[in-house]
Every structure is written in C-alpha cells, then in structure tokens.
Design a protein around this ligand. Sequence first.
Ligand code: ZN
Length: 419
Amino acid sequence: MSQEGEQEHSDRKKYEFRKVIEDLKDYDGSGTQLVTIYIPDDRQISDVVQHVTQEHSEAANIKSKQTRTAVQDALTSIKDRLRYFDTFPPDNGIVLFSGAVDSGGGRTEMVTKVLESPPQPIESFRYHCDSDFLTEPLEEMLADKGLYGLIVLDRREANVGWLKGKRIEPVKSASSLVPGKQRKGGQSAQRFARLRLEAIDNFYQEVAGMANDLFVPRRHELDGILVGGPSPTKDEFLDGDYLHHELQDTVLGKFDVAYTDESGLKDLVDNAEDALADAEVMKDKKVMEEFFEELNAGDLATYGFEPTRRNLMMGSVDRLLISEDLRKDVITYDCPDCGTTEREVVDRRKSTPTHTCTECGTDVEATDEDREDAIDHLIDIAEQRGTETKFISTDFEKGEQLLNAFGGFAGILRYSTGV
Ligand SMILES: [Zn+2]
C-alpha cells in the first residue's frame, strides 16, 4: 500500500475506533463492573489468558453476587475473544472491553468489543476493572495526528528524534569535542578561536547529518521540524543552512529548551505546543480554503451527501472531505412499485423513517440491512475509485461550516460534471 493509502486507511480506522469509543462511553455500568484490557503487541496472548484466568478466580471473592457474576462473565467473554489471536497480538496491540451494561428498564446486557491495531502502539499492559470502560488512552491516540522531526542541540550535545502523535521517540544523539571558552596556556588566542569555530562547525554538520539521515527519507510525510536549544546555538544552526534544504523549509520554529539530552526533546514539544496546534489545523484549513475557492470559482466543488455520492460514483472526486464530527446513517430505499432507488441521511440516533418514492408516491419501508453508516458508505466508494479521503476538524470556522452548512460531506473535483 502507498503511504497515502496507509494514511487513508488509518484515518478510516480512527473513525471506526472513535465510533466504538463513543458507544462505550454511553454505557453506564451502574452497580456492575466493566473490564478493559490494553495489550501491547509484544505481549504473548497466553500470558494474557493466564492473567485473565487469575482475575477470574480472584473475582470469586467479590461479595455482591451481581457484581461477581458480571465481572466473571466479562472475563469469560474476553478469554473467548483471545482465542482468535495467534501467539502475539497484531501490530500495535489489542484493546478489549467487556462488561454488563445498563440496557434500560432495569436490565443489563453483556457487551464485548475488541479493537485491533490501534493507530499507535500500546506501550504497556493494562488491566482495568471499574464502573467505566477505560477509553482515555485510546482517545489520546485518536486525537493525535502528525509526524514531526525533533532536534535539540547546544555546543556540547545534540539529540534528534520523532514526535509521532503525542509520543516522543528519541533516535540518535551526539556529543561534541568543542573546547570550552577557556584556552590553555601557551595557545595563541587567535588560533584557539579558529579551532573552536571549526569544531563548532563540524559539530553542526554532524547534527545536521544525523537529522538528514533520519528525516529526509520521510520528508513527504513530515508535518514539520522543531528545533530547540539555547541561543545562539539553535539560531546559528538554522541560519547556517546546515539542514537539507527541503527540511529547512519545513522548520516550524525554534524554541528555548533547558536541556539538550533526551529530556530536552520533551521540553521542546512542550514549548512548541501552540505551533503544533496551528500546524495541525493548518492542513485542514488549506483543504477547506481550496474547496471554497473552487466553490466560488465555479464547478470543481460538490457538497451534500447525494451530489457527493454521485460524483464519487463517476470517479470525478479528487478529494473527499468529511467532517470529523459527523455521525449520520444513510438508508437506501428500493421502491417495490417502480424500482427507483433513493437515499435518506438520518441522525445516528433516529429510527428509520418511511420514505415516499418521489417517482410514484409509494410509501417505501426499509430494514436494518438497508441502513448503514453514511461515512462508511462514501469511503467504500472512494476507495474503489481511488479517491483520497480527508477528515476535517471542526476546530475552525470553515471546518464548522462543512458540518453545519454543507451536510458534513464535500468534494474537490478533478473535472466538472455538472452534478
Ligand atoms: Zn416508486
């Protein structure tokens, strides 16, 4: 799969995960206990099964019969699901949720959800049994987007690494042989100064080499580079054009940091928080601005479910834009009398309405099978037609407009279709 393809795949996956989490958060485990397990991909499934078995036998000590049964049922259900996996979990791990939830009218219902391969690796095993499902670690992963290069340096040491979502990954470090400002006796001041500058220049080259090796191969995925250090080091480093020119263009900013060891990378990310937030929304802003330009200029834009769908079917959509906050279903109605197919988009929580055929006036009923997630429906078509999908946040004005004024769906077209 191409990197762009992977990106789309992961955007879609994020959407699927987000839906599951929203459902889970709606459940209330009142009085009973809900079990959540996060499993990293280097943890053997058999270890986890053992852990779950242990918890199951310990649950026998729970005094309330209702809670005891609920916890043991949840653990049994989790064990059943674990049997479907090989020795190790799939890449990035698995998250399991299971428990008896309130299904209204004083009844409870067992719910078990398994999420495989989250967008970022699960870092540590977690077993959680509480009145709520533990969704926060997943939510954090989903909120995070972006790949940034990190460089911290002073004249003594440097560290480079990645910021992947919210995760900082130190990769390489270097230390310099730059002599201190104090020269030794007998050395001429001029010679000492020259040697010192040479050593500094060499060190900057070494740091840039390290950064180039790491970042250049992934420069097309890279959302930007952050540089941290004391003044004037970071300024000298950037002003001296040591970095590969394509990297130099993606530098989002330079920031003061107290340390240049691995902890300096964290310092750097903390201090660059505003710049990172801007960079994130900026990508969405650019696409929406392009959409509005096309919309105002004429015919290379489409919006609303049905027109967007028709354009997608024709293969004319270059980029499909979907509001991140949209939660709608689409219902397909096939008229039994005249054979006309029509669709209605409804709120996720609304029941399926009866549709009146616009061709012949017959009332058409739909079943559950005729109803599906509207986003999935369009992404399926987009994938078949090689159309790129972009989820747009509602954290800025035009993003909000996509949701509220354009029905949450829009497209930038390759060519005009008159639809
Ligand atoms: Zn009809």
